[in-house]
Design a protein around this ligand. Structure first.
Ligand SMILES: CC(C)(COP(=O)(O)OP(=O)(O)OC[C@H]1O[C@@H](n2cnc3c(N)ncnc32)[C@H](O)[C@@H]1OP(=O)(O)O)[C@@H](O)C(=O)NCCC(=O)NCCS
Length: 205
């Protein structure tokens, strides 16, 4: 991937693991800001969730948009590999924050949310842009940078999941060439996550 792909005039796309350590915490904070509403019942309150995300964030599984001085992460695009995703919600990580029983039921519930792991397609796993920086092409640039990352890793297709309650994100993905390929209903878990289900979308890289 060309690490200098420009999202707009004042920020650029970088691999998170190429940046100083505080960038990973900033990316985790953005992730929580974007997905806290969905994951809050499971991982909240905020203080505990942030402790988990700091522990569980894998900088080698995310691209980020940073300001030109590299002082501030304003967007994050996580991805999944055979080793897992950007936020490693493993039993040991959950147990470190919520204890034995707390980690047991949380990982059972998270298994209900996780889509299928897909070795044929490169899975985008958590795309979020700072609210103050939205609508400037950063999300689109992150998707294209993730496509370049997928190409470099030998994948021919890109995949992501979008919540039923997020029609604007879905419209963005359709504009970027994604089409719906499946739908997962959450059924009993719907009240936990506050969404009825999600649509799997894919496109060529
Ligand atoms: C979805 C998201 C990553 C897009 O990032 P972005 O930098 O604003 O994207 P771009 O500037 O490239 O494209 C803007 C388009 O994104 C879509 N979008 C989705 N949610 C949006 C929001 N809250 N604010 C602005 N645009 C949003 C819209 O289609 C918008 O175009 P429109 O203004 O014509 O409706 C960003 O809005 C975000 O972080 N949302 C919260 C987390 C989220 O929903 N992530 C997707 C999970 S699948």
């Amino acid at each position: 991937m060309d690490p200098g792909i420009l999202a707009n005039r004042i920020c650029m796309i970088r691999r998170l693991d190429s940046l100083p350590a505080p960038a990973a915490d900033q990316a985790a904070r953005l992730y929580w800001q974007a997905f806290g509403a969905k994951l809050g019942r499971l991982l909240g309150p905020d203080r505990r969730a942030m402790a988990l995300l700091s522990l569980a964030a894998r900088p080698d599984h995310a691209l980020v948009a940073v300001t030109r001085d590299q002082a501030r992460v304003v967007g994050v695009g996580g991805f999944r590999s055979p080793e897992g995703g950007f936020i490693a919600l493993s039993r040991p990580n959950l147990a470190a924050i919520y204890g034995g029983w707390g980690s047991l039921w949380r990982s059972a519930v998270l298994r209900g949310l996780a889509g299928d792991t897909d070795n044929a397609r490169f899975l985008i796993d958590g795309l979020a842009v700072d609210p103050d920086w939205r609508g400037q092409g950063i999300g689109s640039a992150l998707v294209e940078a993730l496509a370049a990352e997928a190409r470099a890793r030998g994948y021919s297709r890109l995949r992501l999941d979008v919540a039923d309650q997020n029609p604007r994100a879905r419209a963005l993905y359709e504009r970027l060439g994604f089409g719906a390929v499946g739908h997962q209903r959450l059924r009993l878990l719907a009240p936990v996550f506050g969404i009825s289900g999600s649509t799997a979308m894919d496109r060529a890289v």
